[in-house]
Design a protein around this ligand. Structure first.
Ligand code: UTP
Length: 408
């Protein structure tokens, strides 16, 4: 792209203000700027104000989950099937660690956060320990794919290296980067983060599979015979990764995907809940759950939409390949975005000042034909760290870890 083409692209999306400092830049920085403009998808800002079509209440119906009782009744053979799949190398794991963790408020990647009390215990370390439970049980290494972003790739890799991968086999850990999306003010004008650099942030966890493919890792998976991927968030320090019983149940029920779910602890808990939408498995975000859906009961008097997702999914890779080119809804989220003001000074806002643009993994479920909601005990498998204190925080996660016998 030359300067004229850059100018035209900016003009097309009404972003000429980004050229404000161009003439003052060195040649190298000018080239960097032009490259960013060439690589950036500006069309996202044209979607501001055009809300994605809300899910229609009439198309929503309850989905049955596999409950704890049902799982216990069949546990041994589900577990056997899962162990067999892991031993034959059919299962990989994907750690989503590309987020910014803004609510936790640490400058480092969330996985580097130390949650220890008497000794350092890093979130990444806990995750590897959890994965080791299954590696020890099955005596088989599981390939772990770690998604990072431009903002934290180098530091994440260096951290694993420095801690010798917490004892995990180096050859079974693979890092890949997700894509970025520009960030704008409320009127859709993209911010500058430096005089030569557009403000950009990771584009949500929805694009993990295409990023994995773009990094060439699908070839590795095919070579290794991996057929299933267990995808999970960095911040749940209690979760079971590559849980054989979960994997076995999804395989035996011949589902294309599975989602670990917990019973909501109160009707307004802020978790997405599983449902059927036009007959397809789907997830309603908590802010889309209308009062009438929230209060709908089953024949036995239980809340009909009571199974919340905990961001631990199992996907069949060939089914993901079929849908990878389908567009996911774009979520436009208000965030605090650092930006250069008119004088070229970097401002770090105290409250939200604009939008980030994200796609979400939960929207992938609707593209598939089947999903098994698989109930787990929240006190044993759900300790998310979103905030420093209060709900879903370092404090609450520590308490849950201790209840589960983890020494901190
Ligand atoms: P969250 O939705 O909690 O976002 O991510 P976050 O960025 O970590 O935290 P806040 O909202 O800024 O406080 C859920 C999971 O998805 C990953 C996160 O790393 C976490 O494991 N994620 C999120 C990505 O991998 N990429 C993204 O662009 C966003």
């Amino acid at each position: 792209m030359n300067f004229e083409e850059t100018r035209q692209k900016l003009e097309k999306y009404n972003q000429q203000h980004l050229l404000r400092y161009y003439d003052t830049l060195s040649e190298t920085k000018q080239a960097d700027f032009i490259q960013q403009v060439a690589e950036t998808d500006f069309s996202v800002v044209t979607r501001i104000g055009k809300k994605e079509a809300a899910k229609k209440e009439s198309s929503i119906s309850p989905i049955a989950a596999m409950t704890l009782d049902e799982i216990y009744a069949e546990k041994s053979h589900y577990e056997e099937t899962g162990i067999e799949a892991i031993r034959s190398g059919k299962v990989g794991a994907v750690l989503l660690a590309g987020g910014m963790g803004t609510r936790l408020g640490s400058d480092n990647p969330k996985g580097m956060y130390d949650i220890g009390i008497t000794k350092p215990i890093y979130i990444f370390e806990r995750i590897i320990k959890n994965l080791f439970d299954v590696v020890d049980q099955t005596k088989a290494w599981i390939h772990l794919f770690v998604m990072t972003s431009d903002k934290n790739h180098e530091i994440t890799m260096a951290f694993f290296e420095e801690h010798e991968y917490f004892g995990y086999d180096r050859k079974h850990i693979h890092f890949f980067k997700q894509d970025m999306a520009p960030a704008s003010d409320y009127s859709g004008k993209i911010f500058l983060e430096e005089k030569w650099k557009l403000a950009a942030s990771p584009n949500g966890n929805g694009g993990w599979f295409s990023s994995l493919m773009n990094a060439g890792l699908l070839d590795l998976m095919k070579r290794e015979g991996i057929q299933w991927l267990n995808v999970f968030a960095v911040d749940n320090v209690l979760q079971r990764i590559a849980d054989p019983t979960f994997i076995g149940a999804v395989i035996e029920k011949e589902c294309e995907s599975g989602a670990k779910v917990v019973r909501k602890n109160h009707p307004d808990e802020k978790v997405g809940v599983m449902c059927l939408e036009d007959g397809h498995p789907s997830i309603i975000e908590y802010y889309e759950l209308t009062d009438s859906l929230r209060d709908t009961k089953t024949e036995t008097g239980e809340p009909a939409y009571n199974f919340g997702v905990i961001l631990n999914y199992l996907f069949r890779i060939d089914c993901l390949e079929d849908v990878v080119n389908k567009e996911l809804p774009l979520h436009i989220v208000e965030k605090k975005i650092p930006y250069l003001d008119g004088q070229g000074k970097l401002i770090k806002p105290e409250k939200p000042n604009g939008y980030k643009f994200e796609t979400l993994i939960l929207d992938l479920i609707k593209l598939l034909n089947s999903c098994l909601p698989f109930e787990v005990e929240r006190s044993k498998e759900f300790a998310p760290i979103k905030n420093k204190t209060g709900v879903d925080s370092v404090e609450s996660a520590r308490e849950l870890l201790q209840q589960n016998g983890v020494e901190l």
